[in-house]
Design a protein around this ligand. Structure first.
Ligand code: SAH
Length: 335
């Protein structure tokens, strides 16, 4: 729900009312009517004047592996996708979007090829989480959906601050970035909590990285890695490096050695991501991924291969790209 409007609506009520409403919403209340410690007339007023969510659900798909992908619309028509991932150990992880679309144009990512809409508000980000919380309890969140969180840092942090009430602690919250320096620097300087940082790296060689991630021309990798190391020193938590495996592009043993050299042993943990088809590339073979990991292992750089979820419903990493808004059916003039 729109927290700003909620505060305005409750201006003449006791100060604790907004917190009461939020606590109900965070614990999966279906609507205002469920909020039984609010006076009935107030519940009616809220129902009449403040939509329960800033987002409307347009469609929802469930993968064979249990992953759920939801397509939402903002009040002004922008598409937003978010994903609920269910793991066998019981973990329930949300993949949240910070923007509708993305202004960056990473060549392997479907979101980068759709039109950029706008930054989402904290309320719109929280409403993605609340939607899934109404399906079942959740305990992890990653800002790895549509958009670049560091381009919308204030709203992302405001949303992250509400997540503990929904069941997701800062320790279990991860913000992923391409290395957008202004936001990253502020994140390192200003954020005190133990929110995890992830870096989409994908190529240690500057020329190659610029080719597949144009943002690299603007903020060189060496500067970005230095900023990540500052985070590690300040927070005492390693930075997760995301590395999508593209056949014949960035997956050779030599490139693994280059990556190992750029990272060093102490500050990073590498997550190799099998490429989820979005058109332009082929994914690396299992052998190539194993060979790449082997080089990192020998360099004693912790590395894991990411479990792919939701690929059959295009809900996997890099596949979020909402369909264009359906048009009203055309009315044909009689022949
Ligand atoms: N803009 C931020 C947040 C999105 S995270 C960032 O890029 O970090 C989305 C993750 O999925 C990133 O690590 C991205 O590099 C990865 N990704 C993008 N396209 C992919 C694809 N086709 N297959 C696998 N991973 C992909």
């Amino acid at each position: 729900m729109d927290f700003q409007k909620l505060d305005e609506l409750l201006a003449n009520e006791p100060a604790y009312r907004a917190a009461q409403v939020w606590q109900w919403a965070a614990r999966a209340a279906a609507d205002y009517d469920a909020m039984t410690n609010l006076p009935a007339p107030l519940r009616e007023r809220l129902a009449a004047e403040l939509p329960f969510s800033t987002l409307t659900v347009e469609s929802e798909q469930q993968s064979r592996d249990g992953t759920v992908k939801t397509l939402f619309r903002t009040h002004d028509g922008h598409p937003v996708e978010a994903v609920l991932m269910r793991y066998r150990d019981g973990r329930r992880s949300l993949c949240l979007s910070s923007q509708s679309g993305c202004p960056l144009t990473c060549t392997f990512c479907a979101t980068g090829s759709m039109a950029f809409g706008r930054n989402l508000t904290a309320s719109e980000i929280v409403d993605q989480a609340l939607h899934f919380r109404r399906i079942e309890p959740v305990d992890h969140a990653v800002f790895m959906g549509m958009g670049e969180p560091m381009l919308n840092l204030d709203e992302v942090l405001a949303a992250a601050r509400r997540l503990p009430d929904v069941g997701i602690t800062p320790r279990r919250t991860t913000i992923s970035t391409v290395g957008w320096m202004p936001g990253l620097t502020r994140f390192v300087d200003e954020v005190d909590g133990p929110i995890r940082l992830a870096l989409s790296l994908h190529a240690a060689d500057p020329k190659l990285r610029s080719r597949i991630m144009p943002v690299n021309d603007r903020y060189p990798l060496a500067d970005v890695l230095a900023e990540c190391r500052r985070y590690v020193v300040k927070r005492g938590r390693k930075v997760y490096v995301e590395y999508v495996m593209l056949a014949g592009v960035n997956d050779s043993p030599e490139q693994a050695r280059e990556l190992a050299k750029a990272l060093g042993r102490d500050a990073f943990k590498v997550n190799l991501i099998p490429y989820n088809p979005t058109g332009l590339y082929d994914g690396s073979s299992r052998e190539a991924i194993a060979g790449f990991k082997n080089v990192l292992d020998r360099a004693r750089i912790p590395a894991t291969v990411r479990l792919t979820r939701g690929r059959d419903i295009a809900a996997a990493c890099g596949q979020l790209a909402a369909a264009p808004k359906p048009r009203a059916p055309k009315i044909h003039a009689p022949a």
